[in-house]
Design a protein around this ligand. Sequence first.
Ligand code: IMP
Ligand code: MG
Length: 380
Amino acid sequence: MIIFAFLKIKQVVKLHDLQFKPFISEEEIQKTVQRMANEIANNLKDEVPVFIGILNGSFMFVSDFVKKYPNPCEVTFIKLASYEGVKSTEDIQRLIGLTQDLSGRTVVILEDIIDSGNTLEEVHRIFKNANVKQLIIATLFYKPEAYKKDYKLHYVGIEIPDKFIVGYGLDYNGLGRDLPSVYQLKTTQHMTNLVLFGPPGAGKGTQANFLKEKYNLIHISTGDVFRFNIKNETALGMLAKSYMDKGELVPDQVTIDMLNAEVEKNSDANGFIFDGFPRTNAQADALDKLMDSKDSQINAMVALEVADEVLVQRLLERGKTSGRADDADENIIRNRIKEYYNKTAILKDYYSAQNKYFGVDGVGSIEDITKRLSEVIDKL
Ligand code: IMP
Ligand code: MG
């Protein structure tokens, strides 16, 4: 039992082709249903109301609602259908109408959600000649930005933005009704975002180039982003420079703002390869928050693993032709490698804790290494 309950509280839910993220918790829903039941009971003290659920979506709401309703009541359903996929249609089908005489009764419609109001219009049509004492509308969820009608909504549980939701009775093409909490459609679907790591000489640049081609990813090298912003004298570039000129570290927020600008410039990308960032736990947290604000996430930290001796040999070899001073001195090379491990150990722990750390053997031919990286990425 406990295991099943736990499985249903997952992070992202995939239904058919779409991904949904947690939006309204079970606890908040239950609190809201209780509040609505109390309010309605207070206002209908001396009556036995007839609660009418609109099937299919409202079955879970109606069930919880009447359990929490403190006074005697009747319950019945009508069945209407208006939704196709993730869009409301004008054309409402009446699948099961009223099956009992409700003249003189106080009727409370219990809707799971009011979106365009088309369904509600049909409800009013159904009750036009039913001679009820009063017709009260109560909806658990309400999308004010989508509502196009004038009918009064007497009780509203939670107002939500005009985005498609599933769970707690609501479905996407048949799936998702069974979820006890509510999930919202992710605006960004299936991004692959990698944090790429590798000690100096591991071949990170080469591999990043292959990966961005193969997976159509945008390579964001923090060093390049800094140089670009400073060279082009962007507001963020000037801000960063003001710290650097004073010999101070650029605050993480400035770097994050620059990365945010890069991510936004490429909002239709399949994903990003972050290179040179994050370097600290605080930065990794900030990057998680940035991706979260884009309805996305870091999928993996991929680290190229190469033995120190191999790195030293590679860099010394490179130093012979590149002319880079820091590639010529073995002591400097060993220090750079040591510093890399000192700095990245914390990040390895950070991403391991989320099961997102993947070490990849970085020794072999370029194609072999690309293949190993692809095996990791293809499974994300
Ligand atoms: P309306 O007729 O546009 O007000 O929509 C009402 C019906 O559309 C609801 O009873 C639901 O069945 C369905 N609906 C509206 N919005 C959503 C949503 O975000 N997710 C799932 N179903 C929805
Ligand atoms: Mg409905």
